[in-house]
Design a protein around this ligand. Sequence first.
Ligand code: PLP
Length: 219
Amino acid sequence: MSDPKDSFAAISHELKEKNVSLVAVSKTKPGTMIEDIYKKGQLDFGENYVQELVEKQEQLPEDIRWHFIGHLQRNKVKYIAPFVHLIQSVDSEKLLKEINKQALKCNRQIDCLLQLHIAEEDTKTGLDVAEFDALLPNLSQYTNIRIKGLMGISTLTGDQQQVRKEFKKLKTLFDRGNQSELIQNSWSVISMGMSADYKMAIEEGSTMVRIGSLLFGAR
Ligand SMILES: *Cc1c(COP(=O)(O)O)cnc(C)c1O
């Protein structure tokens, strides 16, 4: 199972059984590797650099659903707005405003997740709980954005207890959003879990995992 060439079939089978969707994180990997698993039926791919995403989108099959999962600068939203499938990394209201503006220009609705800061490290971006609570009542004013749920990145640590705690926190915040009348019925996605911790993330309620190195090899 350590050979990435064989891992796609096993992982996608495992996730289908659990009703969890797979975003194949293809950052830094060439288009040929993307096409390999696209041909096996994978449509959702995740990238975290705008320029790389735009180049790949131009070269690769049109029905690929591109997820943006990295830190997004406001002045770059316009490059991905025409085609992006899901922006998973909305970490400020200013960014939300800009996405809405560009979505309007493209005459489309853009699906987004709010990225919550759940890790111990200060370096990982995302909204803290107070910012999340402050943002919730404002979401409905962004007419060309549909907020589908939350995304979180756990602390990079061998401490399983710590990681589990962080996943539980994201699930709790998701449930809070679920109970809010301010959120439309599109609220359905908890994006948590990567190569090292996706099994635990699923135990804690993940509906979408973002897996890179297990599928494509180390970066
Ligand atoms: C790189 C990345 C992943 C995938 O990480 P792996 O450990 O290679 O599975 C998932 N989510 C985000 C936000 C990433 O930047």
